[in-house]
Design a protein around this ligand. Structure first.
Ligand SMILES: C[S@@+](CC[C@H](N)C(=O)[O-])C[C@H]1O[C@@H](n2cnc3c(N)ncnc32)[C@H](O)[C@@H]1O
Length: 186
């Protein structure tokens, strides 16, 4: 990614701070930690929630199998054409809220998904919407699938714990701001 693109991405994130929750795209170190639990050789369907400028999307596409599909849910229309311009036939970009996973999977005739990767700013989203999103995540993940989420605080740890069999925590300083990474196992 060149410096000009990064600047325009940051401008978009600043403009939409209430829904993006940040002013800079995630660092390579954070993205590596977020994706580390995924067995890309086996995964055939991955969902990404809140792809924004596509920095995590590109990393997933770069690692995933030729037969794997990646479905991205993004509410900010300004990012949709940028994501579509990645031009990868394995990628489906949906301009919809993360709580509508089941509707989109039904349209695509997909029963369940291997992993869900999320950059959603959960701490800034209304509680009832967060509850809908987490229900939608857990009911559409296959047994043993991972919900991978980063956050700048531990605000949602208590909500995630009872939904999943196990919740592991990692932390990286090498992001602006430093971030926690949750690995939630269904
Ligand atoms: C912190 S940005 C993440 C951008 C990029 N993935 C990264 O890690 O740098 C969060 C993104 O989540 C999107 N978002 C917020 N609420 C959402 C929702 N309910 N459903 C889908 N996307 C949402 C925002 O529009 C924003 O692009």
């Amino acid at each position: 990614m060149n410096a000009r693109l990064k600047f325009s991405d940051s401008l978009n994130l600043i403009k939409s701070f209430r829904t993006s929750g940040t002013i800079t795209p995630s660092s390579r170190v954070l993205i590596k930690a977020l994706l580390a639990p995924i067995d890309f050789g086996k995964a055939r369907c991955i969902i990404e929630l809140g792809p924004g400028n596509g920095c995590v999307t590109r990393a997933i596409l770069g690692r995933m199998h030729a037969d794997c599909v990646l479905i991205c849910f993004e509410v900010n229309g300004d990012f949709i054409s940028q994501l579509n311009s990645l031009g990868d036939s394995r990628l489906r970009v949906v301009n919809a809220c993360a709580s509508s996973i089941r509707t989109i999977l039904d349209e695509l005739e997909i029963a369940d998904v291997d992993h869900i990767v999320s950059s959603l700013p959960l701490a800034l989203i209304d509680d009832d919407i967060v509850q809908n999103i987490l229900r939608s995540v857990s009911s559409n993940l296959r047994e043993g699938g991972r919900f991978l989420q980063y956050q700048y605080s531990l605000n949602n740890y208590a909500e995630l714990k009872p939904i999943f069999k196990a919740v592991k925590l990692d932390f990286t300083f090498r992001n602006m701001p430093p971030a926690f990474v949750y690995e939630c196992i269904k």
